[in-house]
Ligand binder design. Structure first.
Ligand code: F6R
Length: 366
């Protein structure tokens, strides 16, 4: 049932404040019990971990690219993220103290499932899945599991599954941090208060839709676009480019903004729209310098920043401001505008938003 929405994708974008609140419920009520969050025996098992490997595909992989940074910065544990289909076919060095985390909306993605089986045949016993479908293959094959509570995701392009995976990964970083003694009671309280603010801030990000719709009108006749971000927001640039490709069929590529002058800057001319995720974090000045490089070559800048960066942009630069910068949780909020941009670009182009050509919702073949 679509209710007041035109497409499932639009409905699912708008469900995100609720989906994130539901996913956080068990972690924000009560006393942050690790076993309650991740399953029986979790505290004991996670205590033994000294490395993390996140395996996934597509949008779920982009969530893990954020998650690995949180795990390192919050829990102080080395973490890597890899595409399941790459991991599965290369020679890797198993480590019994490594936690293998699989992320999947459907729980049925063959590439991810087979990567998990591969890890198990290498001897990995510590496996954890973050999944949106309880009765599915990947959580069933994992020692520990966390169910995101996004609810059924019908649109082929993943939206609410992504943001709920992100908060699940944040909870994983917190859990590992607590077990290692790196996150004390005061810090845990601060993190949980920040998480409590998230659904309200997501709602504020959704309120930017009319401005984003205006941008989308300018986008629809483009053939190419670049997406830039740095640090925690580079995966959001990747996600924005993937969403745009998938549903509007506009060719889009994402780069870490620092990589521009190592090649992609050659693509920038007056025809090239460049979307920048310029959150007000410690990398903002670096990103601003990269935006200047684009501006100087006549590139059309579309900048998502936060109100408190006070970024003005100057002549010909389009700027949309999210509310106050949300610190480590900022990528969750910056996911919303890139989803809306892709959605509205697709509407202008008249594509089949919920069922883009050539794609399936759950990829159960190799
Ligand atoms: C993109 C998208 C895909 C999936 C990928 C993994 O919008 O939906 O890239 O994220 O196929 O699917 P799951 O998460 O079900 O394993």
């Amino acid at each position: 049932d679509l209710g007041p929405y035109r497409h499932f994708m639009q409905k699912e974008i708008y469900e995100q404040p609720r989906a994130v609140a539901d996913t956080l419920e068990a972690a924000l009520d009560g006393d942050f019990s690790i076993d309650q969050l991740w399953g029986k025996g979790a505290a004991e098992r996670l205590q033994e971990i000294d490395r993390v490997l996140l395996l996934a595909s597509g949008t779920s992989h982009y969530a893990s690219l954020v998650g690995r940074q949180w795990i390192e910065s919050i829990a102080g544990i080395p973490a890597a993220a890899e595409l399941g289909h790459e991991y599965r076919y290369r020679e890797s060095i198993p480590d019994p103290r490594q936690l293998i985390v699989t992320l999947s909306q459907s729980g049925e993605t063959l590439d991810t499932y087979e990567a998990l089986r591969h890890a198990q045949t290498l001897g990995h016993l510590h496996t954890l899945s973050i999944c949106n479908v309880a009765e599915s293959a990947i959580p069933r094959a994992s020692a520990l599991r966390f169910l995101t509570r996004a609810g059924p995701e019908i649109g082929v392009a993943s939206t609410k599954a992504f943001t709920t995976q992100l908060v699940a990964l944040y909870l994983l970083a917190l859990s590992l941090g607590v077990l290692r003694g790196r996150v004390d009671a005061t810090a845990l309280h601060t993190h949980r208060e920040a998480l409590r603010q998230l659904p309200g801030s997501l709602q504020q990000a959704l309120n930017l839709e009319p401005q984003i719709q205006l941008w989308a009108n300018r986008f629809a006749d483009k053939e190419h676009a670049l997406f830039l971000g740095r640090g925690l927001h580079y995966p959001i640039a990747l996600e924005g480019a993937l969403k745009l490709k998938e549903i509007s069929y506009i060719h889009a590529e994402a780069y870490p903004a620092g990589e521009l002058k190592h090649g992609p800057l050659a693509l920038v001319d007056r025809q090239m729209p460049v979307v920048v995720i310029a959150a007000n974090d410690q990398l903002f000045e670096k990103v601003a310098a990269n935006m200047q490089e684009v501006h100087a070559r006549g590139g059309q800048l579309y900048v998502f920043t936060d109100l408190d960066s006070h970024y003005e942009g100057g002549e010909g630069v389009h700027v949309i401001r999210l509310p106050r910068h949300a610190g480590l949780l900022s990528p969750v909020l910056h996911a919303i505008p890139v989803q809306l941009l892709a959605y509205h670009a697709a509407l202008v182009k008249g594509t089949d938003v919920d069922r883009p050509r050539n794609l399936a919702k759950a990829v159960t073949v190799e």
